[in-house]
Design a protein around this ligand. Structure first.
Ligand code: TK8
Length: 340
């Protein structure tokens, strides 16, 4: 019995040794994401993978795995926290269950442009929220652009506040989105993105909201007739790593990942903005009926959902809320000083 235990222990030790020897040669890193490979998310994941290979002379290898093949955003976040998966990119909105402060970015009509979002996300406020992830077992690297969200549905063009009445809309798994769309009069149904296409196709829900890029790359135009330009919120994506795993890396390895993440971010924002401009025309060509929403109707929507801001303020705390508002004020007055 004793001998058997000893032998077993020896085998385990040998196994562990050969595993770590292998790991020292090349580190295989699984990087999961939710959209298709042929999307702005997929293209930027590939840039990240290429940069990591280049900067590490091939010693670190990213395996980018899209289409939620590793799970929904929320499932992947749990895998990262537990150490079963190394990295991912996904919506900040789906992180709110773990880090309530992330709800800051769900504030309707917070940013007026992508450039404003870049400054705040890459600035002090963005970093404050990244820092909050650590105690939850995640390491935040950079924010990518998901983009300004617009509404699609299979029932009718949404041109006035009243058009939301009774529309069954899928929302992200997040209380701010749930409350926002309930206040607008919709019947809001939280669902993971990975289940969305089928839910639209089978008419389990009438509609959803996402940037033009995603409406195109996820082929929602095949199952949605109407696209209403609401631009109701700017969504970031965030690149995260498992803290358990991150803590096992050398300083050089972390440096490679951080540098590659920044390169992927800069590529992704440019690529996404360029695609967004072209995507709207493509969606029209694919048969979607597109309508703008008159400024006074946008204003009515904005007023209707204003109380949501009070809830967000409470959830994220005065320090975060004020840091964002102060920077936005400075940006709009032309007195903002870039970090670093
Ligand atoms: C992709 C999601 C997606 C988001 C959503 O995994 O869920 O609607 O906009 O980009 O994170």
């Amino acid at each position: 019995m004793k001998l058997k235990t000893l032998l077993l222990a020896a085998t385990v030790v040998a196994g562990t040794l050969s595993l770590s020897a292998q790991a020292a040669d090349t580190r295989l890193i699984r990087f999961g994401y939710g959209l298709n490979q042929d999307s702005n998310q997929g293209r930027a994941a590939q840039v990240f993978a290429d940069e990591v290979a280049r900067l590490s002379d091939g010693k670190m290898k990213i395996r980018a795995i899209g289409a939620a093949a590793l799970g929904s955003d929320i499932q992947m976040q749990q895998a990262l926290i537990g150490g079963a998966q190394e990295m991912m990119v996904g919506s900040t909105a789906t992180l709110v269950g773990i880090t309530p402060e992330m709800a800051m970015w769900d504030t309707p009509f917070l940013f007026n442009s992508g450039e404003e979002a870049d400054k705040v996300l890459d600035g002090r406020a963005g970093q404050m929220l990244i820092d909050k992830l650590e105690e939850k077992g995640l390491v935040g690297l950079v924010y990518w652009e998901n983009g300004f969200r617009n509404l699609t549905n299979s029932q009718r063009p949404v041109t006035r506040l009243e058009d939301f009445d009774g529309l069954k809309l899928r929302v992200m798994q997040n209380n701010v989105f749930l409350e926002t769309f309930q206040r607008l009069g919709a019947n809001a149904v939280p669902l993971p993105f990975s289940e969305l296409f089928t839910a639209l196709e089978t008419k389990t829900v009438d509609g959803q909201e996402n940037p033009y890029n995603t409406i195109l790359s996820s082929k929602f135009y095949e199952v949605q007739k109407y696209l209403s330009i609401t631009n109701h919120v700017y969504s970031p994506w965030i690149v995260t790593a498992s803290k358990k795993w991150w803590d096992s890396l050398s300083a050089d390895e972390r440096d490679v990942l951080m540098q590659a993440a920044i390169a992927s971010r800069d590529f992704e924002r440019q690529d996404t903005r360029k695609e967004a401009d072209e995507a709207l025309a493509q969606l029209k060509a694919d048969g979607m009926q597109v309508n703008e929403v008159a400024p006074e109707e946008v204003e009515r929507m904005r007023e209707t959902i204003k109380p949501v801001n009070e809830q967000i303020k409470q959830d994220v705390g005065a320090a975060v809320w004020q840091a964002v508002q102060n920077q936005l004020k400075a940006i709009r007055q032309g007195t903002d000083k870039p970090r670093g």
